[in-house]
Design a protein around this ligand. Structure first.
Ligand SMILES: Cc1cc2nc3c(=O)[nH]c(=O)nc-3n(C[C@H](O)[C@H](O)[C@H](O)COP(=O)(O)OP(=O)(O)OC[C@H]3O[C@@H](n4cnc5c(N)ncnc54)[C@H](O)[C@@H]3O)c2cc1C
Length: 1013
């Protein structure tokens, strides 16, 4: 087991870590000056060199800061995988015609870049039909006649570009191409393109490809010296579809033997075998995999096992210490490749999204450079166990290593660079110093280049990057080579906790992939693992209460979660009589809601235990739900306007699928506007509601302003929504119930009383042939199956372009097979139960019918106990064939023809729902077209379609899916306040809204009945 520091991704103080690292470099002022001068000399020499590297030249002309650079990259990334002509043409037109290629003409020193510019400019001219008159018509004609020509020309250009970044499409061709550099004294580490396997089949394919490559590379080994032989670099994410902390046990059982097998093969050939470093949330897990592999006795005496360490991680030093100690303990020698790290943007974004207080990577580029120097020093001091490999294209970093390693022989370490990058610098150093240099060379089909290419562009496109600076002659050599210690200044990147400051604190997030956060969650929820909770009406006056009801755990029905005393009809009447608007000053209301948010956070353990045991939620869902509830409280508190007056008594009816977030959001919005709230939680989840409301009362909401009436819809819901004392209803639930409520309100309530309804949907997603299948599959799985498909936003109907359908569906089925169903208490569980026996029965009956009709494409197996429904894919001819919303892990799929995109959108719109919609495409025009055509509340592009965020991604549908302002949006609280002056207009608007909902709902239900008649 690895040491503890590796388990803590985020340091308490980045500044302290940097100060320690500066000390660890051991460089005094004189050393630093010497290094900077040496580096500046290198920069001048590189600039004077007659043969600039391709990456540098390319970035000089088409950096990520130009539209054309971005267009070119998008094209290079997507074109080669598009199989059909229609989509290829759409993609080419999308990327090439709007850009101004002319400005790049003749600029570059590279004939390759200039020739590409010519071709793209001409193509752009031809494709641009915007011009009126004869020229415009002529262009249109040329375009029509010339489409196949344009297609193949651009296709060839993209292949050529791919060739620049990939050494060869097969290992044999790569080795052949690499022979020239080998003759000049370089060695290679081959990297088989492709990573992040989605399915077991993909992982096995990658494993076989690695094995074949090792055999082939082995033939190129010249002797026993690992340093002189070529090697291979592997990514653990390619070898196992679920290489993630949540699947730790399976990873250790199944991934380790795969890696061991490959390592043995490499050991037999006497070559280097290197484990690439990936995202920080996998670091601790990677250490355990590495240790398990390294302990294999068959690897004794082989010095070729390599590990990459990323200097941008504050844990780099701890990782190196651990590797050294492990090598010592197992009596092994290791190679350690020190890099800066290639996932910086992803790491920063991920931690912000999770709402964490800091970052697992440094936030200042200079800190990474300092860390690199300090860790280089550390590695050089471990040469009895570790062969250091310094991978960098930065002249200052190279100069620092050369200085620090001066006393050592040049054979005791090596430099490394990426194929296509840093060529001149390493040529110069290699020639002048006699140091070794290895080239990391991607091998594989050009269409698999994406992830690699994007990382290269992101890291080199940044202004702070060395490659970017060296091509900019305006930056003096001395500046390019500035000592990072001298230049270091902390950089203020906003952490996740402060994203919404100063308005409000963001909800505190936890990283369930990090051991300390997991331990904290377990410590908090553990004591409630078997607690029997109790709930009853929370009223300003005494309640009578009905016969107690037992609430059981849907994953294990013999686990009794609690007991509920429901409200009676009499309780409803008494609560309505006791209800009083909350007349506290606006600032006080805000303070109380904020206090409630803090209390929620302090009660994490109870909430997580209840959300799992009562509602069947897995850990990531518990995390998301608690955070959303907290955000609702703070966001609505911040929306309180002193000019607002309450409407009066508002009824809030919430569903079981978000028993905390939606329950809280409705109430917090209504309370923010000063209303008296009468809340009815779902029958299935009164316990979590009881806890939440209790905390709101504890925070200071008066008992007359918040009363909770648990019970069934027929008793409590019906009594509440037909009482004339009620001034409005906020409802989330089924379209059918919304209809019933609408009718009751129309008959009994004042005409202006609003119904804010959030109902179901038949949510669709379109995946066209430009989409990246791995990304689309990841998002389809999350959209359709996360939370067992029990989100109103969940994907129900997937439209896949027929040209890619076979492959995509095969990958989708494989990705489903990697899902784990079980008790949601465990982190390893991906899919928990559905909410109750009735839901399970209903969904199973639906699937049985589809099975009888031979429409089931793929289905998993569900556990035998508990209310589990196995995720399933059902084929349908179109969304029109779907009888209704099936609220569970049932995904319908449809194949569509490229030319029928508009028809698909029409069909989806025709169903009348309008909640969420997903789109996977690389064509920007198409995104625009779809956004304009689709009548939905939330449209998601190239991501999953679940998971709205309060304040930044408000959520709400239109048509049959609901009405009213979006939850978590700027208008929500105002809508729950009494209409402001010009009341006549406002009342009319509301009446019109209500009439519109009524009409929509009536149409939808009538249509549904008709179809099912
Ligand atoms: C042989 C080889 C193998 C590699 N293998 C891996 C691998 O397994 N895993 C991996 O992740 N990378 C790997 N890399 C990629 C490597 O991380 C990048 O090439 C490297 O980061 C670029 O560093 P540089 O010294 O050449 O350039 P520089 O321009 O000096 O540094 C750029 C780097 O600085 C860091 N950075 C940028 N902005 C900031 C900021 N604001 N705060 C903190 N840090 C910042 C990033 O790490 C960025 O990549 C490998 C590189 C080589 C040459």
């Amino acid at each position: 087991m690895h040491n503890a520091p590796l388990n803590f991704p985020i340091p308490p103080s980045e500044a302290q870590v940097v100060a320690d690292l500066i000390a660890q470099t051991g460089l005094d002022a004189a050393d630093r000056a010497k290094i900077a001068a040496r580096a500046a000399g290198l920069v001048r020499d590189i600039r004077a060199s007659a043969k600039p590297g391709l990456m540098e030249v390319f970035l000089a002309e088409y950096g990520l800061s130009t539209d054309e650079g971005v267009a070119l990259m998008c094209l290079a990334e997507a074109l080669l995988r598009v199989p059909d002509a229609i989509t290829m043409d759409a993609l080419i037109e999308d990327k090439i015609s709007p850009s101004d290629w002319g400005v790049h003409l003749g600029h570059s020193a590279s004939p390759m870049v200039n020739a590409s510019t010519w071709a793209l400019m001409l193509t752009g001219r031809v494709l641009n039909e915007g011009e009126p008159g004869v020229t415009g018509h002529l262009r249109a004609a040329v375009k029509r006649l010339g489409e196949p020509v344009i297609r193949s020309a651009v296709g060839r250009a993209m292949k050529e570009m791919g060739r620049q970044f990939v050494l060869g499409e097969t290992i044999q061709s790569a080795m052949k191409r690499g022979a020239g550099m080998e003759a000049r004294g370089y060695t290679y580490s081959y990297d088989m393109l492709g990573e992040a396997a989605r399915t077991e089949q993909d992982a096995l394919r990658y494993q076989a490809a690695y094995a074949t490559a090792i055999e082939a590379i082995g033939l190129g080994c010249k002797g026993d010296d690992i340093r002189a032989n070529p090697g291979i670099s592997v990514k653990l994410s390619a070898l196992y579809a679920r290489y993630e902390e949540s699947q730790r046990e399976r990873v250790l059982q199944e991934l380790v033997p795969r890696v061991s097998k490959l390592a043995r093969l490499a050991a037999r050939r006497g070559m280097g075998f290197n484990i690439d470093a990936e995202e920080q949330d996998r670091l601790a897990l990677s250490a355990d995999v590495i240790e398990a592999v390294l302990a294999d006795p068959a690897l004794e005496g082989w010095d070729g096992f390599g590990v990459v360490v990323q200097a941008y991680g504050p844990r780099a030093g701890a990782m190196i210490d651990w590797l050294n100690a492990t090598a010592e303990r197992l009596d092994r020698k290791l190679m350690v490749r020190l890099v800066k790290g290639a996932y910086w943007d992803t790491e920063i974004k991920r931690t912000q999204v999770l709402g964490l207080a800091g970052f697992p990577v440094f936030t200042a580029k200079t800190a990474t450079d300092i860390s690199y120097m300090a860790n280089a020093r550390k590695l050089l001091g471990m040469s009895d166990r570790i062969y250091p490999q310094f991978a960098t294209h930065n002249a200052h970093t190279v100069a620092a290593v050369l200085e620090m390693a001066e006393a050592m022989g040049v054979d005791s370490y090596e430099f490394q660079r990426l194929h296509g990058m840093g060529e001149q610098m390493h040529d110069l150093v290699h020639a002048a110093e006699g140091t070794r240099c290895r080239i990391y060379a991607p091998v594989g089909a050009h269409r698999d280049l994406l992830a690699y290419l994007v990382r290269r562009l992101l890291e080199n496109g940044a202004n702070s990057s060395f490659v970017n600076q060296i091509v900019d002659e305006a930056v003096p050599a001395e500046v390019v080579a500035t000592c990072p210690i001298e230049a270091h200044k902390p950089r203020g990147i906003t952490p996740g906790t402060d994203l919404f400051a100063p308005e409000r604190a963001n909800s505190i997030g936890r990283d369930v992939m990090a051991a300390p956060d997991r331990a904290a969650i377990d410590a908090a929820r553990g004591p409630f693992r078997t607690t029997v909770f109790a709930a009853s009406p929370l009223m300003a006056v005494a309640h009578a209460g009905g016969a107690p009801v037992i609430i059981a755990n849907p994953a294990q029905p013999d686990d009794i979660v609690g007991q509920l005393v429901p409200a009676t009809g009499g309780d409803v009447a008494a609560a309505l009589a006791a209800a009083q608007v909350w007349d506290a000053a606006p600032a006080e209301r805000a303070a109380v809601l904020n206090e409630a948010a803090d209390l929620y956070e302090a009660n994490l353990g109870r909430f997580f235990a209840l959300l799992t045991r009562e509602a069947g939620k897995g850990l990531p869902d518990c995390e998301g739900e608690l955070r959303e509830a907290v955000d609702f409280l703070r966001y609505y508190a911040a929306r309180i306007d002193p000019a607002m007056t309450p409407r009066g008594r508002l009824v809030c009816i919430s569903p079981w699928n978000f028993p905390l977030a939606i329950f809280t959001g409705q109430i917090a919005g209504a309370l923010a506007a000063g209303n008296a709230v009468l809340a009815k939680p779902a029958e299935q989840t009164p316990l979590v509601a009881h806890l939440a409301a209790g905390l709101m009362l504890q925070a200071g909401v008066p008992a007359t302003a918040l009363q909770v009436l648990p019970g069934d819809g027929a008793t409590v819901g019906a009594a509440l929504t037909r009482d004339p004392r009620v001034d409005g209803v906020v409802f989330t639930g089924s379209t059918e119930t919304a209809m019933v409520i609408r009718r009751a309100m129309a008959e009994n309530l004042a005409p202006g009383a609003p119904l804010i309804a959030e109902t179901g949907g038949l949510n669709a997603m379109i995946v066209d042939s430009t989409a990246l299948p791995e990304q689309a599959v990841r998002d389809i799985v999350a959209s359709a199956f996360q939370s067992a498909g029990q989100r109103c936003s969940a994907l129900r109907c997937l439209y896949v372009q027929e040209d890619i359908a076979d492959n995509l569906l095969q990958m989708l089925c494989g990705a489903m097979d990697a899902l784990h169903l079980g008790d949601p208490w465990h982190l390893a569980t991906d899919i928990g139960p559905v909410i109750d026996a009735a839901a399970a029965q209903d969904i199973r009956a639906y699937v049985s019918q589809a099975r009888r009709e031979r429409r089931v494409l793929h289905e998993l197996r569900a556990p035998d106990t508990g209310f589990f429904v196995a995720p399933v894919i059902v084929e349908v001819g179109g969304i029109a064939d779907m009888p209704r919303e099936v609220f569970g892990p049932v995904l319908h799929v449809v194949r569509f023809k490229a030319r029928d995109l508009a028809k698909v959108m029409e069909a989806v719109n025709a169903r009348g729902y309008g909640l969420t919609f997903g789109l996977h495409t690389r064509i920007d025009n198409r995104v625009q077209e779809v956004v304009e055509a689709m009548r939905v509340g939330n449209l998601y592009v190239n991501r999953n379609q679940i998971g709205a965020v309060v304040g930044s991604q408000p959520f709400g549908g239109e048509g049959l899916s609901g009405t009213g302002p979006k939850a978590g949006g700027p208008d929500y609280v105002a809508r729950l306040a009494a209409p402001v002056p010009a009341p006549v207009v406002s009342d009319q608007t509301q009446a019109a809204d209500l009439a519109a909902v009524q009409a929509e709902l009536a149409k939808g239900v009538a249509g549904w009945r008709h179809r099912n008649a």
